[in-house]
Each structure stands twice: as structure tokens, then as C-alpha cells.
Design a protein around this ligand. Structure first.
Ligand SMILES: *Cc1c(COP(=O)(O)O)cnc(C)c1O
Length: 502
């Protein structure tokens, strides 16, 4: 057993390892309303909710700790079969005839899922834009779950809707400091935000032709497909960033309503398209511009790095994710528009949610602030994070992360066994062992993953396959970065030895 803390007397004690040891402990009853019978599954809200939650949370936290300790690294070793077998034990039968109790179910499942998790808080877990969330944001998210406000109508979220109003206004003003009426919607992430961008452009201009860089996110293609628009025209990217001359040519050749989608922080490379040039070309052609800043957007918080986003405010709309650089638990997306009026096509009335007479009587009409109906207050954790850290706190996290990536790239440059693609723009570093072929590069990544040693991504750039480190952990140390390199080199040596022994 990995735990050394004394058992919490309030917590139903479940066995640490196996199902058979774990007593089928009923969850603690709230002890009230005996005449109605103590609830077997008490509710989370109200004045009694916190008392019902406390022992369960204690158990959840302990299970998380145990799972992470059992794993002891960034990723569970053994590959899909080993993990599936382990999880089946914890989850099946999924719907037993008689419940095993909250204590058992929580402990076994949370521990098993924590053990089998890719842990973005481990600096060696650096494949994707998969952020390690801040503890304070997770704590706020718990409150969002407990309160369970739904942001589709004011009578389900009187205060949370006001939090959302303040936060979206403030963040819209970060993106558009000079616009008179900027606005922003909270989304589930870049995919939904990009979809909204294409939808609203289509509502204004009809069947638009989307033009984007070849490094743009696949959600742009999917949004065009979903909306019945022609497949986007992709403009070549030089060095990973959209080539403005090629964009100018494409706009000259393609008539009709168009929307240019530029990227500020490409998923594969972290490259930022040359936004001022692109904005100027769009203005000259009278074409609207959407910037997908899902990755790079939070550079706005950093005085040091904000200049990289120059030109962003010239876009008609902007995608921004805070579950990447922003350290929020999923989901925390934003879709910002320069002019609030751009959102008007989303307005809709449903008599049970926002009847006209309620709206005329002054009740806020929330339904037009999303394509979703039931919608959780993801904004609460964002509000708590921004208030808690402030601009300088957010900037410090951004700056540390950017510094880590720069340092990692320097280490690679200084290592003659490795080849660096280019110095990073954001926190993505592409590299490969010198002389390695694509197949070997792919095998290195897979070996590290299967053995749970490190989690790296991959990207095909300039016709070659690269290992991709997407560094999002602001607390990664130099030792962690060295270790990541050592792990790659170890595998290279193992693979070479393995092949010579064959
Ligand atoms: C991550 C990402 C997206 C997709 O965002 P989700 O939050 O995963 O839906 C879109 N564009 C870019 C550039 C991204 O990095």
C-alpha cells in the first residue's frame, strides 16, 4: 500500500488493491430526516451537501494519490491490453444488480483510472496540448459541479450567468482592447469556437469559401464539412506559418464570399501565422479574418510575449483555449468577436427558457450565448484562476513555460546526437535523433509510450517525421528536460542494439 497517512475515520475504508478485500461499505448517510429514511445516495447541494461530500472527497483524493503513486511515472506501462484488463476489473459489471456502494465504487474506479492515466502534471508527459490543471481551478470546478447551474436560462443560473458576463467581457477586451463592443462566448474548446466562426461568417455572407494555412487545425475542415461549405482551400505554409504571398494569390484567384482562417499557434509546430500581413491582405480584399489562437491566445497575458500576437485584434473573431496555456481542467474554450452584434444569429427563443415577456421584464436572455442548451459554468474556474493569479501570475506561468521550451530546444541544439527542427515559437519543440528514419522515430515514441517512460507526440513536417514535445508544465525543471532527452537517447541505443542482435 502506498499510503502512509492514517485512515480518515469519516471515510468508508475500501481495500487498497483488490475487490475482494474491499468491504461493500455503504456511503455515509447524512443522518437527517430519519423518518423519511436516510438517503442512500445523498445530494451534493444545499446546506447538507458539503457534509455528504467531505468523506467522499477525502476518499477521492486518497484514491488519486494512490493511483498516481502506483503508476510512478507519466503513463501506465504495458500498452492497451494491460490497461484494459486492469480497468475491466474496476468497472465491470458496469451495472451490477446490487450496487457496491459509493465508497467502493469511488475508490476502485478513481484509483484505477488515476493509475491508468496519462498524467500531464508529470513533466515527461509532453505529447499534446494536454494541460496540467491548476489545483485552484480544479477546486473551483468542483463548486461548479456541486452547484450545477445551467447557463441556458437565468432561472437556472442567476449568479453564474453574471460571472460569465463579467469574465467574457474582460477576456474579449483582452483580445480587442480598442473595440467598442467586443464580446466572447464560453465554448468547449477550439473545435466548437472554430465551428462558430465559420457558422457566423456563413450567416453573414452565405456559402463562404474558407481559406486557411496548410498547418491549420483539422477542426476547420470539419466545421466546413458540418456546415455544408466547400472544402477549405489550403494555402502553403512556409516554415509552418501561412505564406502571405500565397494567401494574396489565392484571394485574387478565388471570387465570391470567403473567410480566411489564420492560426496563432499551430498544433503541430506552435508557429504563429504573420497576423499583421494577413490582416492587411484580408482588409485589402474585403474578406473577413478568423484567427484560431486556441494555443497561442493566452500569450496575451504576458507582457513579454504579447507582441507575438500583434495583429490579433484586427481579426473579426478569435478562438482561444484556456485548457492549454491557461492551465484549466477541460473544458475551457472561448470564442471572441470584435463586435457583439456578430453573435446575433445565435439568438433564439424557447418559451420555457427565455419567453419574450420575461426578457421584456428584464430577465437576462442567455440562450443565444451558445449552440448548446444545458451548459455548465466552466467560467467559474476561469474566474477563480484569473482573480487568484492576476495578470502577473498568469504571465509568470506563460513565461516559465515558454522559457522551458526555449531551454529544451537549446539542449537539443547542443546535443550532436539530436536534430532540432527549428527554434520554438511557443512551447512546441520538434526534434529527432540524427540519422534516424521515420520508422525509427515513430518506434522511439511508441516504445517510450508502451513502457510508460515518457509521452511524446509526433508531427510530419517538411515530409519528415519528428518527435514533438509540447511543453505545458510551467514547473518543469532543467533536470526534467535533460531526463526527457536521456530517455529518447536510451531508446535509440536500445533499438540500435536490438537490431544488431537480430
Ligand atoms: C487544440 C486546438 C484546437 C481544438 O481545440 P479543442 O479545445 O481541442 O476543441 C483548434 N485549433 C488549434 C490551433 C488547437 O491547438
Amino acid at each position: 500500500m502506498s499510503t502512509s497517512s492514517p485512515p480518515d475515520p469519516r471515510v468508508p475504508q475500501a481495500g487498497p488493491r483488490s475487490a475482494s478485500q474491499a468491504p461493500a461499505t455503504p456511503i455515509p448517510a447524512t443522518g437527517t430526516a430519519r423518518d423519511r429514511g436516510a438517503p442512500q445516495a445523498p445530494l451534493a447541494g444545499g446546506t447538507h451537501g458539503p457534509d455528504a461530500l467531505r468523506p467522499l472527497l477525502g476518499l477521492v483524493l486518497e484514491s488519486l494519490r494512490e493511483g498516481a503513486a502506483d503508476r510512478g511515472g507519466p503513463f501506465p506501462p504495458g500498452g492497451p491490453e494491460a490497461i484494459a484488463a486492469q480497468i475491466r476489473q474496476a468497472v465491470e459489471p458496469v451495472l451490477p444488480d446490487h450496487g457496491i456502494g459509493a465508497g467502493n465504487a469511488l475508490h476502485r474506479l478513481v484509483r484505477a483510472v488515476a493509475y491508468g492515466a496519462a498524467d500531464p502534471a508529470d513533466p515527461l508527459c509532453a505529447a499534446h496540448l494536454h494541460t496540467p490543471p491548476l489545483a485552484l481551478a480544479v477546486a473551483a470546478d468542483l463548486a461548479a459541479s456541486v452547484l450545477n447551474q445551467s447557463l441556458d436560462s437565468w432561472d437556472q443560473a442567476p449568479a453564474a450567468s453574471e460571472v460569465e458576463r463579467s469574465v467574457t467581457r474582460a477576456l474579449a477586451a483582452e483580445v480587442y482592447p480598442h473595440a467598442p463592443q467586443p464580446d466572447a462566448l464560453v465554448t468547449t474548446g477550439g473545435t466548437e469556437s472554430n465551428q462558430l466562426a465559420l457558422l457566423l461568417a456563413r450567416e453573414r455572407h452565405g456559402a463562404i469559401q474558407v481559406i486557411c494555412g496548410s498547418g491549420s487545425h483539422h477542426s476547420v475542415q470539419r466545421a466546413a464539412w458540418l456546415l455544408g461549405l466547400p472544402a477549405p482551400v489550403t494555402v502553403p505554409a512556409a516554415d509552418g506559418a501561412l505564406d502571405p504571398v500565397a494567401l494574396d494569390d489565392a484571394l485574387t484567384e478565388l471570387p465570391g464570399p470567403r473567410l480566411v482562417v489564420a492560426t496563432a499557434g499551430a498544433t503541430d509546430t506552435g508557429r504563429i501565422d504573420p497576423l499583421p500581413e494577413i490582416a492587411a491582405i484580408c482588409e485589402r480584399h474585403g474578406v473577413e479574418l478568423h484567427v484560431d489562437a486556441a494555443y497561442g491566445g493566452p500569450l496575451l497575458f504576458s507582457e513579454r510575449h504579447r507582441p507575438l500576437l500583434a495583429g490579433l485584434e484586427r481579426a473579426d473573431s478569435v478562438t482561444l483555449d484556456l485548457h492549454k496555456l491557461g492551465w484549466q481542467p477541460i473544458a475551457a474554450g472561448l470564442f471572441a468577436v470584435r463586435d457583439h452584434a456578430r453573435l446575433s444569429p445565435l439568438a433564439i427563443t424557447a418559451d420555457y427558457l427565455n419567453p419574450d415577456d420575461d426578457t421584456e421584464a428584464g430577465l437576462p436572455d442567455l440562450l443565444g450565448r451558445s449552440l448548446r442548451t444545458t451548459r455548465r459554468p466552466d467560467v467559474l474556474k476561469i474566474a477563480v484562476t484569473l482573480r487568484s493569479l492576476g495578470r502577473d501570475g498568469m504571465a509568470a506561468l506563460v513565461d516559465r513555460t515558454m522559457d522551458s521550451a526555449a531551454r529544451f530546444a537549446q539542449l537539443i541544439e547542443a546535443d550532436e546526437r539530436l536534430e532540432l527542427w527549428q527554434r520554438p515559437t511557443l512551447s512546441t519543440v520538434l526534434f529527432r535523433p540524427r540519422g534516424a528514419g521515420d520508422a525509427q522515430t515513430a518506434e522511439i515514441r511508441r516504445t517510450l509510450l508502451m513502457e510508460g517512460r515518457a509521452v511524446l507526440g509526433r508531427a510530419r513536417i517538411d515530409g519528415r517525421l519528428w518527435l514533438k514535445a509540447t511543453l505545458l508544465n510551467p514547473y518543469a525543471s532543467s533536470a526534467d528536460l535533460h531526463r526527457l532527452i536521456d530517455l529518447v537517447i536510451d531508446v535509440v541505443i536500445e533499438l540500435v542494439e536490438g537490431s544488431t542482435h537480430r
